[in-house]
Design a protein around this ligand. Structure first.
Ligand code: DHE
Length: 560
């Protein structure tokens, strides 16, 4: 009894400061049960990715009620910032901020914006956890391995197929890269984030934001979904085991909620294991929601590189013994996000976006090779590699928060690049972009061009265009291609963002998504990489909100 009282008072002491600091706070605006449900859905679909389910903030700001609620008398908070409140929040949601928050006035209605301004002044509802049993219950083996084709049953050149996310339709388009014709559109999870390929190039794996993972078999006459499983309620990444002897034996998927990664059978998606990523940040603070951002499979060892966003910890997960799982935890910088391999395939380059840094992980030694300071909010996608005429091998990233593309010199074991050693892990050049808001860059070993988009720029003429640099003369301004105009589609009120350049297998075409609203006609615009002239525009009505595109060969072989 005595003990209980002591524990009780210790708890009360811990809670007291919170209670005191909220004593001045106003009640949050009341929401009906229906409004609460709608707010939850919009928050999940539009806000959680940047601000976190618990609203602790990452790429986006902290949105817990202690920041969002109106102070009764305009009280200043620690740091001098005024509390936000409904009016101010409505303005931020409608028009965005200079800090990188995009405007939602062309995506949400006025009523929805008002609802969200009120919703985020209430405490965040905590979604349920997701166990191995939940995963197993969700698992659907549609076609067992023994019943699948033993050889390719169609004549499509699988290596040049493009897997294209149809974001708001919750579908994936497989497009024949040779004929430019849609081969098949399949149901997937909501807003598929990425597609990855099996080592054989036969299976396409997708992961939806709702956590649904699918495996699509391209050996059939027509591509067929052969298994699905749910990883949790919010996910972004997936990859297979690629090390020799383990090809496609396992699949790993990373979730934002719950914060964990799951290991499955690579051909059937049967769940095997879940590992939580909750823990302490590189600063030593406990974080309840360290989300799994990018994951890649190493070719050097039987390992996955798992990037844990909020903690800044990079985990090398050794899958050679799943029961006795060994992980190496590398400290880097907070807010790890997306990234790609350097040209040698030894170093994984990952953006710690809100820390304005790029971490280079040496997958051979299992150590951090470098933490490179960059311009504001690096966002590489997988980045782009090429040999710079002056600085040797470089890996590049664009920036959401700055009008530049950074070129970072990467180390190489090749003696012919030894003379560039002093430049390694430094930003050796910044290419000038017409504005900030870049998301993806791309090049190809056979091309003389380097492509960059800027879909998050608030100016229409920048967001609807892509910019092409000449790798031989990087001081020259890039050529601007107006993708919206080149699509031939009638002008639209809302901005249609030109997003994610992706090469075909041969490296002579570049495909760009023209990402319109859900009810607008969108397009895939295909350019000839040499002449920069339009070769083909795909405007099938089924092409709804296209975003990420993954060419089978380039994705399998990390050509970027
Ligand atoms: Fe992405 C990659 C997370 C918004 C298109 N995005 C990634 C990766 C992560 C991530 C962790 C790396 C996966 C990997 O390689 O394993 N993305 C997030 C977010 O948290 C964020 C900011 C907000 C959200 O709610 O999801 C976000 N992303 C977007 C978009 O709005 C984009 C532009 C359109 C869309 O489809 O949703 C978008 N993200 C992409 C694409 C890639 C990606 C196309 C893969 C790029 C590549 O070349 O590999």
């Amino acid at each position: 009894m005595q003990k209980t009282r002591l524990i009780g008072s210790a708890l009360a002491m811990a809670i007291l400061p919170m209670a005191m600091s909220s004593a001045w706070a106003q009640e949050a605006p009341k929401l009906s049960a229906e409004e609460m449900e709608k707010g939850k859905l919009i928050y999940f679909e539009r806000c959680a990715g940047c601000h976190g389910v618990l609203r602790k903030g990452a790429t986006g700001k902290n949105l817990e009620p202690h920041w969002t609620k109106t102070a009764p008398d305009g009280t200043k908070l620690e740091g001098g910032t005024l509390k936000l409140g409904t009016d101010r929040l409505e303005k931020i949601i409608s028009y965005g901020t200079e800090g990188g928050m995009v405007n939602y006035d062309d995506i949400l209605t006025k009523e929805e914006i008002n609802l969200m301004a009120r919703y985020i002044q209430n405490p965040p509802p905590v979604p349920p956890e997701f166990s191995l049993k939940d995963m197993k219950d969700s698992w659907k083996l549609i076609v067992p391995v023994k019943d699948r084709p033993t050889k390719q049953m169609n004549k499509v050149n699988l290596k040049n197929v493009f897997a294209i996310t149809l974001r708001d339709a919750g579908k994936l388009a497989l497009v024949d890269g040779d004929t430019h014709k849609i081969w098949k559109i399949l149901d997937t999870g909501y807003a598929v984030h990425i597609s990855r390929l099996s080592a054989s190039g036969r299976y396409v794996y997708t992961v939806g934001r709702d956590g649904l993972t699918t495996i699509i078999d391209m050996y059939y006459e027509e591509p067929t979904t052969v298994a699905t499983v749910r990883l949790g309620s919010d996910a972004r990444s997936v990859d297979t085991s690629k090390f020799k002897g383990y090809e496609d034996k396992y699949l790993i998927g990373g979730t934002y909620w719950p914060p964990q990664y799951s290991i499955m059978d690579g051909e059937t998606l049967e769940p095997i294991k879940i590992v939580s990523t909750r823990g302490n940040t590189v600063d030593g603070e406990y974080h309840p929601e360290p989300r799994v951002a990018s994951i890649v499979a190493s070719l050097t060892k039987p390992e996955w590189v798992v990037n844990v966003k909020e903690t800044g910890m990079i985990q090398l997960v050794d899958y050679s013994d799943i029961k006795n799982l060994k992980t190496t935890t590398i400290e880097s910088a907070k807010f790890l996000h997306d990234g790609g391999w350097d040209a040698s395939g030894r170093y994984f380059m990952v953006a710690a976006n809100a820390s304005n840094k790029v971490a280079a992980v040496d997958t051979k030694t299992g150590k951090l090779a470098a933490l490179v300071d960059t311009a504001k909010i690096p966002h590489p996608g997988r980045g782009a590699n090429f040999v710079h005429p002056e600085f040797g091998p470089v890996w590049s990233t664009g920036h959401l928060g700055d009008a530049v593309v950074s070129l970072i010199s990467t180390a190489s074991d090749d003696p012919k690049f030894a003379k560039y050693k002093d430049h390694n892990w430094k930003v050796v050049q910044q290419l000038k972009m017409p504005g900030a808001g870049n998301l993806f860059v791309k090049t190809h070993p056979k091309s003389k061009n380097f492509w960059a988009d800027a879909p998050m720029n608030p100016e229409r003429e920048i967001a609807e265009a892509v910019f092409v640099f000449d790798k031989a003369d990087l001081k020259k301004d890039p050529v601007r291609l107006d993708v919206a105009k080149d699509s031939g589609l009638p002008e639209s009120k809302a901005i249609r963002r030109a997003v994610q350049p992706e090469y075909n297998e041969a490296g002579d075409e570049v495909w760009i998504s023209l990402w319109g609203g859900k009810t607008d006609q969108s397009a895939i615009v295909i350019y000839d990489d040499k002449t920069l002239k339009v070769k083909k525009v795909i405007t099938d009505p089924a092409v709804v909100t296209p975003t990420g595109k993954f060419n089978v060969y380039n994705t399998m072989h990390d050509v970027y």
